[in-house]
Design a protein around this ligand. Structure first.
Ligand code: ATP
Ligand code: MG
Length: 253
């Protein structure tokens, strides 16, 4: 299972979902690799110090280092991370015109000898070459959508991109589901938006909804997953349930 967490809209909970799913799978004993493809490196910083790293996904996608050489332990049993760094921002420009550009991550993962039970890919808020690399390499895509005004704005472009990739480079790609994030039980708006998202995506919407939680915001600053930072919080409970729902959906295909 290789799951790309994607939405070109910024700040919708991609990174929070990527790090929490990865940590949740690891806690369940699955050997998990978190691949950070976002130049902002938020997933990376949530587990390791950037200045202690040698290689990163920039080198891998450029073809100068094998993936195996940049993977580091994330400080949690069963969890490893393939880190990003700011230099990734230059990557797309440097890859334009190279025919194999969309396949770099897929190739790197195929060459990896270590076997992982789950690979989670965090992507930047764009639909450029980096996100395309994630979608070409993935078996599944998970779309987080923030329950706020304009929640669905841009999803047409995202779905169109997924369809294009399914048509050719990656016919196996499955839309695993849509995750509603930052839900606020107290507001009518949140409820309206949830209804709207269900109206559009129907059964693709995960039963698990991630509510707003300060604990989820705090955890990365302590370089801990939500399960270590606040194991009894709603965020820990909900992301654990999401892990189970994801495993169920993947298992029932
Ligand atoms: P970007 O597009 O910039 O990569 P993103 O989609 O990865 O953003 P996150 O970084 O996960 O989004 O979340 C954006 C902000 O919202 C962060 O400060 C994060 O801590 C916070 N956040 C995410 N999920 C929740 C939640 N359920 N409750 C409260 N805050 C949240
Ligand atoms: Mg992010």
């Amino acid at each position: 299972m290789i799951v790309a967490i994607t939405n070109q809209k910024g700040g919708v909970g991609k990174t929070t979902t990527a790090i929490s799913l990865a940590a949740g799978f690891a806690q369940k004993g699955l050997d998990t690799l978190l691949v950070d493809l976002d130049p902002q490196a938020n997933s990376t910083m949530s587990f390791v110090d950037l200045d202690r790293l040698d290689g990163n996904m920039f080198d891998v996608l450029r073809g100068t280092l094998p993936l195996a050489q940049v993977i580091v332990p994330a400080g949690l049993d069963h969890l490893w991370i393939a880190p990003s760094r700011i230099a990734m921002a230059k990557l797309e420009v440097s890859m334009v015109g190279e025919l194999d550009a969309p396949y770099r991550l897929k190739d790197a993962l195929e060459r990896l000898e270590a076997g992982f039970d789950a690979i989670i890919i965090d992507t930047p808020p764009t639909l450029g070459l980096i996100t395309v690399n994630a979608l070409v390499a993935a078996t599944h895509v998970l779309i987080p959508i923030q329950s706020s005004y304009f929640a669905l704005e841009g999803t047409d472009d995202l779905l169109e991109t997924i369809d294009k990739i399914k048509a050719r480079p990656n016919t196996e790609l499955q839309l695993l589901g849509v995750l509603v994030t930052m839900f606020d039980h107290r507001t009518i708006l949140s409820k309206q938006v949830l209804k709207e998202i269900k109206g559009v995506f129907g059964r693709l919407v995960f039963k698990t909804v991630i509510t707003k939680s300060v604990r989820l915001e705090e955890a990365p600053a302590h370089q801990r997953s939500i399960f270590e930072h606040a194991p009894r919080s709603s965020g820990a409970f909900e992301y654990y349930r999401l892990c189970e729902e994801v495993l169920q959906r993947v298992g029932s295909e």
